[in-house]
Design a protein around this ligand. Structure first.
Ligand code: HPA
Length: 268
């Protein structure tokens, strides 16, 4: 099943053709349901999609309306650490491109590599380091989607970033900026790894998003990305992380992030 075939299948299921999509990461899954839901399609019913096994990732594609604008939500994503081959991880993004999505908003949870980015912080991702050991575009290039050697000079749209800074300021929502380093996981990072990442300039560490951003940019989709800091990385302590702690911080900040993003989408 090609991404084009899946897009054609989806076009038959969806009564509207949105141009904006949002990927909801850990703790943000319920965001879609707080808007006017038009259609819910479980991933396992979508041709070419795999089943998500990540904790707190529900696995639905949801068409919803935010203040009159139709938006496609991916409730949960596919991670490399789940054992999905990279082409499966990025397949939904290629489907979104084939559907005519022009703006992709990505959200995730991350660990902090900087003392000022405390758990609960909302961080606009301004750049990334791909340390997953794999690039999602390896293989035959799909010339119909994009060029062989896409430039990643500005992967995170500076104009979108500025618009969101203004909205956050207007709404009184504190946000920060940071560089995200993607690792494959699923084990968390050692102190030595965190120390190395911090010296490279990374502020946040996580196990997703970067492959999706690379594929979206390859296809010319404009990208906005926010991370919710759910824990201090092992750089700052020697305690084991609990998944409860991670979900708790993600759900508190998610209310504010939801407000910010709906305001952004309304003005698109
Ligand atoms: N490391 C990697 N991924 C994460 C973390 C972390 O500390 N927290 C949430 N996702």
């Amino acid at each position: 099943m090609s991404s084009q075939d899946t897009a054609l299948w989806l076009q038959e299921q969806l009564p509207q053709s949105p141009t904006t999509a949002i990927i909801l990461g850990t703790g943000l899954s319920n965001m879609a349901e707080s808007f006017k839901v038009i259609k819910i399609l479980p991933y396992h019913k979508i041709p070419g999609f795999v089943k998500t096994t990540a904790p707190s990732h529900k696995g639905n594609l949801i068409l919803a309306e935010i203040r009159g604008k139709s938006v496609l939500f991916m409730q949960g994503r596919f991670h490399y650490y789940e054992g999905h081959p990279m082409p499966k991880v990025i397949f939904p993004i290629q489907v979104l491109a084939a559907l005519g999505i022009q703006t992709l908003i990505l959200t995730n949870a991350s660990g902090s590599l900087r003392p000022e980015l405390a758990p609960g912080s909302i961080v606009q991702i301004t750049d990334h380091i791909n340390f997953m050991g794999i690039n999602p575009l390896v293989g035959v290039n799909n010339d119909a989607l994009g060029e062989r050697f896409p430039s990643l000079n500005e992967p995170y749209d500076p104009q979108y970033g500025k618009i969101c800074d203004d909205i956050a300021h207007k709404l009184g929502i504190p946000t920060q900026k940071g560089i995200y380093i993607a690792v494959s996981g699923p084990s968390l990072e050692t102190k030595a790894e965190c120390a190395a990442f911090a010296t490279w300039g990374a502020d946040l560490v996580g196990m997703s998003t970067v492959p999706e951003v690379i594929v979206a940019r390859h296809a010319g989709i404009r990208v906005l990305a926010y991370s919710i800091v759910t824990n201090y990385s092992n750089l700052f302590h020697s305690d084991a992380h609990s998944q409860e702690e991670i979900r708790h911080h993600a759900s508190i900040a998610s209310e504010q992030l939801k407000l910010l993003l709906s305001e952004f989408i309304k003005d698109l």
